[in-house]
Structure formats: C-alpha cells, structure tokens
Design a protein around this ligand. Structure first.
Ligand code: AGP
Length: 618
C-alpha cells in the first residue's frame, strides 16, 4: 500500500526520489517523506502530511543534497496521518533511517522489550520499532568489522520480526551502503552502471534503467558502493537474476485527459487490442494461451475451476464463472481471495485454480495463491503486472497486457480481466462441446471488441455526463443486473462508492422484491442493466416496480429492444453484441457514470479517500 523509492549512486538523489514518489503516489497518499545525505552531506529527513506536492514544496525550501536517499509515500496502518508517523522513521540514536511497506505484527511485543532497555518510540508506528530494533543490534554488534555490522544488524532484526515488509534502510555511519529486504511486500532492485534503486514498483525508476532484480520473500540486498549482494536471512549468498523489463516511459502522461481514470476508460480499446493480440488459433475458431503451461490433455482432466480475486478482480471472476460455465461447461466456483485463504474449503482433486489480480501484489490474493498451492492444486494467474509476485509465484498464467493502471479505481484492468477470462472460456470450450462455427463467432466477437468499445465510449460519454449531473446529489443508488450482468452491477456500485462516496448497492434484479424494494422512494435512483435482450420483459417489469414506488430508473438498454418510456427516467442504449462481450460493453457506461458523478461531487477521482491502488496489507 505504501510506496518506496530509494537511490544510491553518482547522481543527486533528490530528483530521483521526488520523481519516483510522484509515480508511486497511487500506492498511498496520506503523507510522504524523504531522507537524503552522503559522505559529505549530513543526512536530513523531511516529511509532510498530504500529497507528494506538499513534500516537494517543503523540500524546495530546504534544498537537501546527497547521493543516497530514501523516499516513501504512506497509506497509514499504525498511527494516524501525522508528520511524526510519516516515513522515513529514524531510530532513537539517529543512526538507522528506514522506509517500510507492510505491517510488523509483533511490534507491540518488540516495543515493550525495547522499552525495558530504555529505548522509547516517538511515533505510533510499527516501523519506528523496527528502526529501533536494528539500531539496538547495531550498537550491540560493535565488535564486528564495520563492513558487516550494518547488514548483520538488519539481518538479525528481520529474524525477530513477524509480519510483512518491503524495506529500504540506511545507516548514517555507512553513507555508501543501502540495504533492502522483502517479505510479502514487493521490492525491486534497479541496476544502473553507476547507481542502484530500490522500489516497490518499477515505475518509480522508469527512465533510469530497465535492468531489474525482483527480490523474493525473505531476501535481503546489500548495496555497498558499486557492488550489491543478494542473500537470504540465514546468510546464504544468492545468485541474482537480472531481468530486462520493457516499459513505455510515457504511460504516466495524461495527454489531453483530466484524470488517469478518464484516460484509462478511454484507452480500453487499445488495452483490449493488446490483450487479444496474437492469442487466436490459426483456424480462427479458438484462443491460444501458451502461458497456461498445460497441455490440452491436462486441461481435459480439469473437472472444476476455482477463480479467486479481490474487489474488482473478484467481480471479473464472477463474470468468468458465467462465461466458462456457459461456453466450456466446466463448473466454476468463485470466492473472494480474502475469504478463501482462511476458509479451508474442501476442493475436488481435479480443480484448477486461477487467481486474478491487476497488480499481482494484493496480499489477500497472494495468501489465497499460497493456500491453493500448499494444498497441491495447480494454480495459475491472470495478472497485469509483468514480474509481479503473483506472476512469479504461480504455476503459469496469462498476462492481461492492459498497460499500467494508475487511477485507483480499476477500469481498463477490469475489462482486460474479463476479456482474458472470455478467451479462457473459448479455449476450454473448444476442447469440449463448442463447435467450430460457434468458436469462429466467438473469435469474431472478440476481434470486433476494441472497435466496439471505442464506439460505445464515444457515444455514451456526453449522455452519461448529463445523467450523472442529474443524479450527482443523491446519497444512495441501487444497481440491478441479472445473470452475467449481476457482477457488472456489483462493479458499477463499487466504482460509484470508491470515487464519489455515494452509498451504492448491487442486487440480482430478481432479488429486488425480496427485500431491498423497501428502500425505494423518490430519493433512491436505480440503475437497471437491461442490455441482455433475452431478459427484456423481466427487466421492464422490474423497472415498472421501481417506478410504481416513485423510484428513479436509469436504464442501460440495448438498441432494437424497446423499453416503454414510462418504465425509465433516463436511458442509454448499447449496440446488440455477442453474449460473450456483453459484460464488457455494459460496464462502460457505468464507469463513465461513476467518473462524472465523482467530478460533480468534486471528489479526487484518481486518489479517493482511504484507498490505495495495491492492497499489500491485510
Ligand atoms: C478497484 O477499483 C479497487 N481499487 C480494488 O477493488 C481492487 O480491484 C482490488 O484491491 C484488487 O486489486 P488487484 O486486482 O490489484 O489484486
């Protein structure tokens, strides 16, 4: 949830840190801080509550200098949003300075142990306890040669802590050294000819180097001058694998858009084109998903599929359930990864597990992946971030290739996940009962999808802006959808909640009369997803039921399937499309609705309150 960037090298660290923090702000944005110094410049720690911009203004006054630095943008876990609780945290004797992403679960015990030795904390954070613990060990290890003392004090401290961490640590006695460590929170080493970076996400050092080492859990990296060594916590030296990553340095450019969310909504056509690229069989009747690392014979043995994800990804999984069951006739179960990891659910032996995660770093999803693998189930991943922990720790999978998603509210990653699951349904379906011609129709529908998405967004943008203007001041909103459109209704409600703070709930349309209808009156607008022509009459009845109770109806209909005017207050009509792509097309106006309501309510669209882009704590 928090973002870390740190640098050691021949350049001035300040610009690297500030630029990196800007890129990482999506991971947490309640406060930010830096520490900077080197052999000739004493270390300075500067922190500010609020956005990185506030920190930049403060830094501009102080003008700190040095070739070694740490930067952090915070999403508070322990302790309120204050400057004292912001990172970097400094140890009681001023020697250890560190930034941390994660939670030290036994910090209370460690804190009282340290207090017993007269070492007290100034902040409410678990991180300061760790800084104090390292400083305490550093003092006790004074007999060690100086070149080992800092790294050894970090190593022994890490053996004592429980919880999760991505860490970058400096010791003011060792201005040519930087140490990083990770456990269940991402940390990536960037390697340059004359410098090194440690960051939670490669975007933080984009433009500086493409050579990276993805650290694994319980690994430490010790950078000393021009050298670095990766080791485990038992002092075993490891051989790092340096990978070259490919990125587009312009991804963070807003272009003519006002917000990343808006940009990401409107670039869904390109994102989906990339998701689909090169993934169809030569005969045009199936998909080609080599990353699954499973032969057709092995895939034929699968009796059941389990899809796991959190938040938006869990709704993509629910869409996947309908698609796979309908087109491949394989029973599918979906569970929130945050539930699955602790539930100990009995699973059939021929179950294939998929975890779905945009970031590939969601702790609950990783926990579910570990649990499924521990039980011996083949566990694959659908993720957007190349080299992410989910990607590295699964048995194979499919990259959704949606491109970096910066807006906290997921949009293009959601449709990319559905598109990937649709290809999976097609691939598995063609191994079973789906005929050649059905396969060809499915492929053609997917191929037409990017263009269609472009057209629908163009067509819906202004009408949805007007509808949002009309409903922006309502305090509640219902979203109703049937079958495969029910998870789309859930995602529509989540989007509205996340970025406009309007209370929104989603129900299967047929459930309305079983209770929630009691809430309908003139203050309750209801978005009814009626874009599935086969359910038209049922949906019209539900609209009439809402209207009869003075509720407002916003209908998402389909061209050619007429809805009587008296059944709705506002409506948008989507083109009639193949069933497999209906959920994606229907999600688009809901994304626009949430976006424009948030704008009307003057909310911070890209950085909604209390949220962070990647949820790496429990
Ligand atoms: C989406 O708008 C949310 N911010 C959130 O629900 C998100 O989808 C969820 O935390 C899972 O993230 P992931 O896909 O990166 O694992």
């Amino acid at each position: 949830m928090c973002g870390i960037i740190s640098y050691i090298g021949n350049s001035d660290a300040l610009q690297v840190l500030l630029k990196g923090l800007k890129c990482l702000e999506y991971r947490g944005y309640d406060s930010a801080g830096i520490a900077i110094g080197d052999k000739t410049h004493p270390f300075q720690v500067i922190k500010a509550v609020g956005r990185v911009e506030n920190l930049s203004q403060k830094v501009a006054q102080i003008k700190p200098a040095g070739n070694l630095g740490l930067g952090h943008t915070r999403w508070a876990t322990h302790g309120g949003v204050t400057e004292v609780n912001a990172h970097p945290q400094v140890s009681y004797n001023g020697k250890i300075i560190l930034v941390h992403n994660g939670v030290i679960e036994n910090s209370a015990t460690l804190k009282s142990l340290l207090e017993g030795k007269g070492i007290t904390s100034k902040s409410d954070t678990d991180t300061e306890v760790l800084a104090n613990l390292i400083a305490f060990h550093y003092e006790s290890l004074s007999a060690l040669p100086q070149e080992q003392r800092f790294s050894e004090s970090v190593r022994v401290s890490l053996l004592e802590i429980q919880g999760t961490y991505g860490l970058a640590i400096i010791c003011t006695d060792c201005p040519e050294e930087l140490i990083g460590a990770r456990k269940s929170s991402p940390l990536i080493l960037g390697v340059q000819k004359d410098g090194f970076f440690l960051a939670s996400d490669v975007s933080a050092f984009a433009g500086h180097t493409k050579e990276v080492v993805f650290l694994s859990d319980n690994e430490m990296v010790h950078i000393h001058g021009n050298h670095y060594q990766v080791q485990d916590l038992n002092n075993g030296v490891l051989t790092p694998v340096v990978q070259t990553i490919d990125w587009d340095v312009n991804f963070a450019d807003l272009g003519s858009y006002k917000h990343y969310m808006q940009k990401e909504i409107f670039e869904q056509d390109i994102a989906l084109k990339n998701t689909l690229l090169g993934r169809f069989s030569k005969d045009g009747s199936s998909a080609h998903l080599g990353g699954l690392q499973m032969s057709p014979h092995e895939l034929r043995q699968v009796d059941r599929i389990l899809l796991l994800g959190c938040g938006t990804a869990s709704y993509a999984c629910r869409v996947g359930e309908y698609l796979i069951e309908r087109y491949a006739r394989i029973p599918v179960e979906v569970e929130c990864a945050s539930e699955f990891r602790y539930r100990n659910a009995p699973l059939d032996k021929n179950t294939l597990v998929f975890v779905v995660s945009q970031s590939g770093e969601t702790l609950d999803t990783l926990g579910a992946l570990h649990e499924a693998r521990r039980k011996g189930f083949r566990s694959l991943a659908i993720t957007n971030v190349v080299g992410s922990t989910v990607a590295r720790e699964s048995d194979g999978g499919v990259y959704q290739r949606s491109g970096p998603e910066i807006g906290v509210a997921s949009t293009k990653a959601f449709t990319g996940q559905i598109c990937t699951l649709a290809m999976l349904a097609l691939y598995l379906g063609r191994m079973r009962d789906m005929s050649f011609s059905e396969g060809c129709d499915f492929v053609q529908a997917l191929q037409a999808l990017p263009e269609l998405v472009h057209e629908v967004l163009e067509k819906c943008d202004e009408p949805m802006r007007q509808i949002a203007h009309k409903y922006a001041n309502y305090q509640h909103c219902f979203f109703l959808g049937r079958q495969i459109l029910y998870p789309i209704a859930q995602e529509g409600a989540l989007k509205l909640k996340e970025i406009s703070y309007v209370h929104a709930e989603a129900y299967p349309t047929g459930e309305l009369k079983h209770g929630p209808i009691a809430l309908i009156d003139e203050t309750m607008p209801t978005v009814i997803l009626a874009s599935d022509p086969s359910m038209l009459q049922k949906n019209i009845s539900s609209m009439m039921e809402v209207k009869a109770r003075k509720g407002k109806v916003i209908a998402i209909g389909v061209e050619g399937a007429e809805i009587p005017k008296k059944a709705y207050d506002d409506a948008i009509f989507l083109p009639k499309v193949h069933d497999a792509i209906l959920p994606i097309i229907t999600a688009l106006p809901l994304q626009l609705f949430a976006y424009y309501v948030a704008l009307e309510r003057k909310c911070d669209v890209d950085k909604p309150r209390n949220l962070a882009k990647s949820v790496t704590v429990e």
